[in-house]
Design a protein around this ligand. Structure first.
Ligand SMILES: Nc1nc2c(ncn2[C@@H]2O[C@H](COP(=O)(O)OP(=O)(O)OP(=O)(O)O)[C@@H](O)[C@H]2O)c(=O)[nH]1
Ligand SMILES: [Mg+2]
Length: 700
């Protein structure tokens, strides 16, 4: 039987890489009785990290789902990736769940990924609980570290519990609402409810007062009561906390250990008590695709159907699965629906609830639920599904530009075909990769969010689609532009025997401001070139720009003016003028001080204090510019700008400089002129590649 909507909880488990999210998800499944044994990331038997690449690398790469029921409430847990490379998937999935358990680690402090996720959660006013896991490893006195984290997030954390014991001796929590202790027996997950241990009584009293004050501050009625009575009842506190969480004003902090099964039932209780149901999340805003007007949908199972597809999975057995959040109404097998993004009708076939790598067939799903529909051919992540009579379209997902490109050489002739086919399937699941073909080398160029990302895609390509490639050194997406002005002629004249070819153009070129791309101006007067040939000239220029002049990289930010030329009554053609345009452009560029532009990245490196000097020294040796430094707990955050070509393998390098204790986040910033001595090298390499390419063509 379907569960009432206010008893649903769609809960994302989020936080920075390796903080313990998957382990916590496993602990929640075990504590609720869904799983008879505790899955462990270390042992490769986690229900959430089930993809072979996740098992092999011991990291979550893609979000995974599982449901559980707890005290007549029905949860869908979404275990998300936390490392920067895979964070796009987490951010996309945040559109599917409206509540989160945010894991934090006092000993590692606030990491860039967590900051990014927190900012996203703020945008959608997501209700959050904070869970400090790995308490079996945390040293005493973590309050200061927690405060530093919250200062960094500019948010207000409130303690709901006091941990009992530290490190090895951590054995439970004191609940400040109920003023009771929960003490766990070893690692069994079993616990007893007792009085607060004598040595914690005073602390608990003081912290309860702090909790009451924080809660009262978020609600005028409660504040009045509190000022009158100097006390709030357990129920008033509970209601007050819930209100504060739903309004995004309070972030309650809980403690536990996932691998030792401590504090987990208390977290499940807190999810029921404090995190929003889909009803609490309220309305979703979209646009009517016909009228363009803003429209709203309430989380109402009896309303018109609207669903948002936030993820696509290519399952080896079920095929393509479109994972969606039903926003309003009810979706059922055999229903005919409309996809406004593609302007196509769709028919719903089989539907599933996702349970780790398994799927459970369902025939319908209502507002608030997460469900996967199989084999919807034209539906991709970011699309809306709705009733045609009540059309609505929700905003698509944010776009992530790939950061790094590698060349892939198919291993055998058979792989030539399998590689692009397989990669296109993978791209349906993962919108952060891009693929194109290098015209010279015939290699595939695969762009992704980082080196590990690309390596994992290559592993997946082999496992799922049997396509093997050799991964070659990363490629830097250089560009070309000009710094000066020049004019030149481009002339094609072949008039020996048969029909000749004749086209003659005079072009002027000049630099445009950065980011302006390309402008073509036609200033031909007096019919020097007939009007109908002018588009062909422009086409020739565009093609020459795309192919680059100096080193084969696309040319940008140039204005080209066609101002004169001549033609021949019989021998002129579109083709002849296209070639003439291209020649003229190349001739002009050579005289207009062409330069190569290189991509510059913004880099944020978080390292322990003692590594800072080494990391900065290393950045300087990579032509980096340090923009600033900031202390966060026991870590330093260094912000810098570095040319992409210098940090293609930064993950590896940082690991060796910091013995694995550093983390970084990288984003594209802008293009800058490549210094002349380096430009020379890039041109030389390009010429060598071109020569090798044409040699291969000869052989073929
Ligand atoms: N001692 C201890 N170790 C833990 C705990 N939770 C997780 N770990 C360990 O921390 C490591 C990372 O745990 P995961 O659960 O994979 O962390 P994650 O946040 O899911 O990692 P990503 O998904 O890759 O970002 C593993 O070696 C776990 O065994 C805990 O409560 N106590
Ligand atoms: Mg994980």
């Amino acid at each position: 039987m379907a569960v009432e909507i206010d008893r649903l909880r769609n809960v994302g488990i989020v936080g920075h890489g390796g903080v313990g999210k998957t382990s916590l998800g496993e602990a929640m499944l075990f504590a609720s009785g869904v799983m008879q044994r505790l899955g462990r990331v270390e042992e490769g038997n986690s229900v959430f990290d089930f993809e072979p690449e996740e098992v092999k690398h011991r990291v979550s790469i893609s979000s995974a789902f599982h449901s559980l029921s707890w005290k007549k409430f029905s949860f869908t847990l979404v275990d998300t990736p936390g490392y920067a490379t895979f964070l796009a998937d987490t951010i996309h999935c945040m559109r599917g769940f409206g509540a989160a358990v945010f894991l934090m680690s006092p000993s590692t402090g606030l990491r860039v990924e967590a900051e990014r996720l927190w900012a996203r959660a703020n945008e959608s006013h997501m209700g959050r609980l904070i869970f400090i896991s790995k308490m079996d490893r945390e040293k005493a006195n973590i309050n200061e570290a927690i405060e530093t984290i919250f200062n960094g997030l500019e948010a207000k954390g409130v303690h709901l519990q006091v941990p009992i014991g530290t490190e090895e001796g951590f054995k439970g929590v004191v609940d400040l609402c109920q003023m009771k202790a929960f003490v766990f027996e070893g690692d069994s997950g079993k616990f007893v409810q007792t009085d607060i241990p004598e040595e914690l009584k005073k602390t608990a009293q003081e912290m309860r007062v702090q909790l009451m004050e924080s809660v009262a501050e978020t609600d005028d009625a409660l504040l009045e009561k509190y000022l009158d009575a100097q006390e709030l009842s357990s129920e008033e506190l509970r209601q007050g906390i819930r209100g504060g969480v739903l309004r995004g004003k309070l972030f309650p902090i809980l403690y536990g250990s996932a691998t030792r099964l401590i504090g987990v039932p208390q977290l499940l209780d807190a999810i029921v008590d404090y995190l929003p149901s889909p009803v609490d999340e309220g309305e979703f805003q979209g646009k009517n695709p016909v009228t363009g007007e803003i429209e709203k949908r309430l989380p109402d199972p009896t309303g018109p159907l609207a669903a948002y597809v936030f993820k696509t999975i290519i399952d080896p057995f079920a095929g393509k699965l479109s994972v969606m959040r039903v926003i309003s109404g009810r979706i059922a097998t055999d229903m005919g629906l409309y996809n406004p993004n593609k302007q196509l009708k769709e028919k719903i076939g089989q539907m599933f609830k996702l349970e780790g790598k398994k799927q459970e067939v369902v025939r319908e799903a209502s507002a608030g639920e997460i469900v996967a529909a199989a084999k919807l051919k034209d539906v991709s992540s970011g699309d809306t599904l709705c009733e045609e009579r009540a059309p609505i379209q929700f905003d698509g997902p944010p776009h992530f530009s790939p950061l790094i490109s590698f060349a892939l050489e198919p291993k055998t002739k058979a792989d030539e075909e399998k590689v692009p086919q397989g990669l296109h399937r993978i791209m349906e699941e993962d919108p952060t990769i891009e693929l194109h073909r290098d015209e010279e080398t015939r290699d595939f160029i695969l762009s992704g969010m980082g080196q590990q990302h690309v390596e994992i895609i290559v592993e997946k390509l082999k496992r799922k689609y049997g396509a093997e490639v050799i991964l070659k050194a990363p490629k830097v997406p250089y560009k070309e532009t000009i710094r000066g002005r020049a004019s030149a002629q481009g002339k094609l004249k072949k008039q020996s025997g048969g029909r000749g070819q004749y086209g003659d153009t005079w072009l002027k070129i000049e630099p445009l401001p950065h980011g302006k791309g390309f402008e073509f101006v036609d200033e031909v007067v007096g019919g020097a070139i007939p009007r109908n040939y002018i588009p062909a000239v422009e086409k020739g220029v565009r093609e020459a720009m795309a192919g680059g002049v100096l080193a084969g990289y696309p040319m940008v930010d140039v204005r080209v003016t066609l101002y004169d030329g001549s033609y021949h009554d019989v021998d002129s053609s579109d083709m002849a003028f296209k070639i003439a345009g291209s020649l003229g452009f190349k001739n002009a560029v050579e005289k207009a001080k062409p330069v190569i532009l290189e991509p510059i990245m913004t880099l944020e490196v978080t390292v322990p204090d003692d590594c800072m000097g080494d990391v900065i020294g290393d950045l300087n040796s990579r032509r980096g510019k340090v923009l600033g430094m900031e202390t966060k707990g026991h870590s330093q955050v260094i912000k810098a700008r570095v040319p992409m070509s210098e940090v293609l393998k930064y993950a590896q390098d940082l690991r060796s400089i910091t013995s694995g204790r550093g983390e970084f986040h990288m984003e594209f910033s802008h293009y800058e002129e490549l210094p002349p001595h380096l430009a020379e090298r890039v041109v030389k390499e390009a010429k060598a590649r071109q020569a090798a390419g044409s040699l291969q063509e000869h052989k073929a």
